[in-house]
Design a protein. Structure first.
Length: 94
């Protein structure tokens, strides 16, 4: 198994996930979006530039079944209260 790491963002690594694929269980790394964005800002990007760069070049890169996943940490009550807006945002992105 070859897990794919996001260069320069080891401090954003929060876990290991699995999904069932055509060849069985496929493992992938999980990164914290907020930490990745903070890293990009620390590297000299403006916050808006960091978001755009992250969405297109990091989150938007598909590198096969072991492509990393990215998550935002939120309170479960906050997610339940805003689920319609979250789904609408995800649908509009893609």
């Amino acid at each position: 198994m070859s897990l794919i790491m996001v260069d320069g963002h080891d401090n954003a690594l929060v876990g290991l996930g699995q999904r069932l694929g055509k060849d069985g269980h496929e493992a992938f790394l999980i990164y914290d979006i907020a930490v990745v964005l903070d890293n990009l800002v620390q590297m000299g990007m403006e916050p808006d530039e960091a978001v755009e760069y992250f969405q297109f070049n990091i989150q938007g890169a598909y590198l096969g079944v072991h492509t990393p996943a990215f998550m935002s940490f939120s309170d479960s009550e906050e997610i339940r209260a805003n689920i319609d807006q979250i789904v609408e945002t995800l649908d509009s992105e893609g």
